[in-house]
Design a protein around this ligand. Structure first.
Ligand SMILES: Nc1ncnc2c1ncn2[C@@H]1O[C@H](COP(=O)(O)OP(=O)(O)O)[C@@H](O)[C@H]1O
Ligand SMILES: [Mg+2]
Length: 495
């Protein structure tokens, strides 16, 4: 049971409401009204017939909501036909039965305003425009298609990635045109399956799309099926162009492997330098004392021959030590602008007449007016000499040696290519050729230090060296050197 206080508050609340509120008996007599209603219709409403007082009728019409409630025993909501209601709001009358047991005791009538249809439509239009804008301005590409594959939504980012205009997409395209081969069907299959982010959903799926100009673009796709009830009506995909991400990833991987290579070179370099220093003195001793023996004693020819052999071997040791020291060299170098065409010619001049080169054809594809490149020319001679000797050795004295100089496509670098028609280098060997002590030559023929030294020198110059090879057709070493000096960054050298 309600307390007196509770009843009092309920009454006060009804009275304080600025809405029409009254109660009528089952025979349409007004039983009670709130204060607002009395203020609107006059003080003596009680006991009057509502159809008479409020609707100006002689009897309740068929349309009378109170009658409907009394007959139907259900609440009735009706729009009130009043002229002065503004466009935005419609006044409604809610009439509901009050029961006493099974029987209807009275009917309460409450008037309130609610937004008009126009207003609701306007709000809907606003909301729609907002969502449309949201989709159109999304940084990710958004494409929606109906069940037949016809494009329904195609935002600016989709235009950018695909190269199609919105008109082209909405007019003539089918969603299947965006994907190579059967990919569109596969996406739909995955969407319908439970295994890729839930039924009707596909999360973070990597796939290719075909641009208008047939370029293939990798994308990451989040897609969903749009249902109405449980019927599929459309599909929508949000996607992200992966090219930049993939480029950064591969750059990172490259840098990482370069770092690893540099690290390996540097530690091996230090080790070699240490060993070379250790060997230098005893080698000097061996040479010196052997010479003393040869000079100071009248020795038998056999003994002389053996001692000369010792000298010869010691010389070979000290040559290797020299190469090692050169490889690990930390001396400052003399960088000056130099003509690399001339440097190559000079190296060839020294080598051409050696027997190794007699049956080797030499082709020179020199870029005319090649700008001068800041290098230490002594070291560069060393580089060319080593690579060319390797090439000649690989060709075993016959074949074609091609020397090429050119600009890199970016225009700020010069490229030197030294190609041979030798046996080539198998892939798993190619990985190792720049490593110190890596050689495939028989003992005494190779130290395995040539290319590691070359590598160090090119790195020192801020350049890059790579090798390309195909077993059976030959090997090309490619050197890229910047027209700017390594240490001075943007400043041109030689100024
Ligand atoms: N032009 C080439 N053709 C085939 N193999 C080559 C060529 N240049 C280098 N190589 C391979 O790389 C290895 C390392 O070369 P390098 O460092 O100069 O040492 P070395 O010449 O003393 O063996 C060689 O032993 C050889 O296997
Ligand atoms: Mg060599």
């Amino acid at each position: 049971m309600r307390s007196e206080l509770e009843k009092e508050y309920l009454l006060k609340a009804i009275d304080a409401s600025k809405r029409i509120f009254f109660i009528i008996s089952p025979d349409f007599e007004i039983l009670a009204t709130n204060r607002y209603t009395t203020e609107k219709y006059g003080p003596d409403m009680i006991g009057k017939k509502c159809y008479n007082l409020l609707c100006d009728w002689e009897s309740p019409g068929d349309n009378c909501p109170a009658l409907n409630v009394i007959q139907g025993l259900e609440p009735v909501l009706r729009k009130k036909n009043n002229e002065d209601s503004s466009d935005k709001w419609t006044t409604c009358r809610y009439s509901y039965p009050i029961f006493s047991g099974e029987k209807i005791d009275a009917v309460a009538v409450l008037e309130f305003d609610r937004p008009s249809r126009e207003e609701i439509e306007e709000q809907l239009r606003h909301a729609n425009a907002f969502f449309k804008n949201l989709i159109l301005s999304s940084v990710d590409g958004v494409i929606a298609a109906d069940k037949t594959g016809r494009i329904l939504i195609f935002n600016d980012a989709a235009v950018e990635v695909s190269g199609y205009s919105v008109e082209e997409a909405l007019g003539n395209l089918d969603i299947r045109d965006f994907y190579p081969g059967d990919a569109a069907r596969e996406i739909m299959q995955k969407l319908r399956s439970d295994d890729f982010g839930g039924k009707g959903k596909l999360k973070s799926y990597q796939v290719d799309v075909i641009k208008k100009d047939r370029e293939i673009i990798p994308i990451r796709l989040n897609a969903a099926i749009v249902y109405k009830g449980d019927k599929e009506v459309a599909s929508i995909g949000f996607f992200h162009d992966m090219r930049e991400d993939l480029r950064i990833k591969s750059e990172l991987e490259k840098t990482q492997s370069q770092l690893l290579q540099a690290e390996k070179m540097s530690s091996l370099g230090k080790l070699s330098a240490g060993v070379a220093h250790q060997l230098n003195n005893p080698l000097g001793g061996i040479t010196l004392y052997t010479k003393f023996l040869l000079e100071d004693y009248d020795l038998a020819d056999d003994a002389k021959k053996d001692l000369n052999r010792i000298l010869q071997e010691a010389k070979r040791c000290s040559d290797t030590v020299k190469e090692l020291l050169e490889f690990a060299r930390q001396t400052s170098h003399m960088v000056k602008p130099n003509d690399l065409n001339k440097a190559l010619l000079r190296t060839m001049f020294l080598l051409e007449n050696q027997t190794l080169f007699q049956n080797i054809e030499i082709e020179k594809n020199f870029k005319e007016n090649l700008p001068q490149v800041p290098v230490d020319i002594q070291q560069m001679n060393h580089v060319f000499m080593n690579i060319i000797l390797n090439a000649a050795q690989a060709m075993d004295g016959k074949g074609t040696l091609t020397l090429t100089t050119k600009f890199a496509p970016t225009g700020d670098r010069v490229i030197v290519e030294i190609a041979d028609t030798g046996p080539g280098i198998p892939e798993d060997t190619l990985k190792h050729i720049f490593e110190p002590f890596f050689t495939t030559k028989e003992e005494g023929k190779g130290t395995g230090l040539g290319l590691s030294m070359v590598y160090g020198i090119i790195e020192d110059h801020g350049g890059k060296i790579t090798a390309k090879s195909k077993v059976g057709s030959g090997t090309t070493l490619i050197i890229e050197l910047s027209l700017k000096t390594a240490n001075e960054g943007g400043k041109e050298s030689g100024e």
